[in-house]
Design a protein around this ligand. Sequence first.
Ligand SMILES: NC(=O)c1ccc[n+]([C@@H]2O[C@H](COP(=O)([O-])OP(=O)(O)OC[C@H]3O[C@@H](n4cnc5c(N)ncnc54)[C@H](OP(=O)(O)O)[C@@H]3O)[C@@H](O)[C@H]2O)c1
Length: 272
Amino acid sequence: MFSAFNGIGQKGACCEGLEKDLITMVNLNGQVVLVTGASSGIGKALAGMCSEAGAKVALTARRPDRLEETAAGCSGETLVLPGDLVAEDHRKALADQCIKRWGRIDILINSAGLGMYGDFLSSTEALWRRLFEINLFSTVFLTREVLPHMQDRNQGLIVNIASIGGLIAHSGNVTPYVASKHAVVGFSRGLAMDLKGSGIRVLAVCPHLTSTEFFEVSPGAEEMAPEVEKYKTFMDSPKAVARGIINQLDSERLVVFPTEKPATAYEKQRDL
Ligand SMILES: NC(=O)c1ccc[n+]([C@@H]2O[C@H](COP(=O)([O-])OP(=O)(O)OC[C@H]3O[C@@H](n4cnc5c(N)ncnc54)[C@H](OP(=O)(O)O)[C@@H]3O)[C@@H](O)[C@H]2O)c1
């Protein structure tokens, strides 16, 4: 399946500065990569690294100023497309604009997401729906916009940023988040099965605690702060996570752990 990729299937570092860090990366040179959640954290780090490796990157999230910052940190061609991924119009425009500009989308990275902290009974229906809108449905429906363009060329890669919480209940008081990320892993599994033999692969990336704005902007952030404080020194950096993802873009496994920490956590807790 991997060899069906044109360019994506060729291993090897393609730019000098990255050779030491990106040991087994696939060749991103000239690839068109659409990254959601590119204004912050893991999405921002992924956009910068893909660009450094020679990719043309389309960046989306709601905050235009922050997307411009990400673009300014990119070394290659960029397309800044601000908007809310919960809106159907924006998802359609994203795919259309990328195709208009570059004629194809080689890799879709669904990184936009939100956390939620608090005990189950105080989590409202509105919050559950808000969380699933961005964590699950924007991923599902943007993939539906992009996939036909990949199918036209019989090649592509869909990278869904799930979470270790998509495989296990990694922490207390995060039930809605764990449920939404299990759904992302389930969606990825089903889609990968449907796309078997098509030349289009799917990855479900499962990071562990990563030091990003996520812990400041997610509903329940204040209540979560003491917990976050305890684990601050244990967190991965968004760059380490992005590097781990890029190094495994050629993975034949569906579930990818970007660093050793989530892999260890999964081994310890998977019978929960
Ligand atoms: N941080 C962690 O510990 C951790 C661990 C495991 C998995 N993850 C997952 O990794 C992914 C990235 O998280 P992160 O840690 O990088 O968090 P982050 O720094 O808070 O980034 C989240 C991104 O999602 C975008 N976003 C949120 N709602 C959006 C909407 N309605 N429309 C468009 N964009 C939206 C935000 O941009 P705007 O606000 O500008 O729209 C931002 O760019 C998420 O899916 C998260 O669940 C994170």
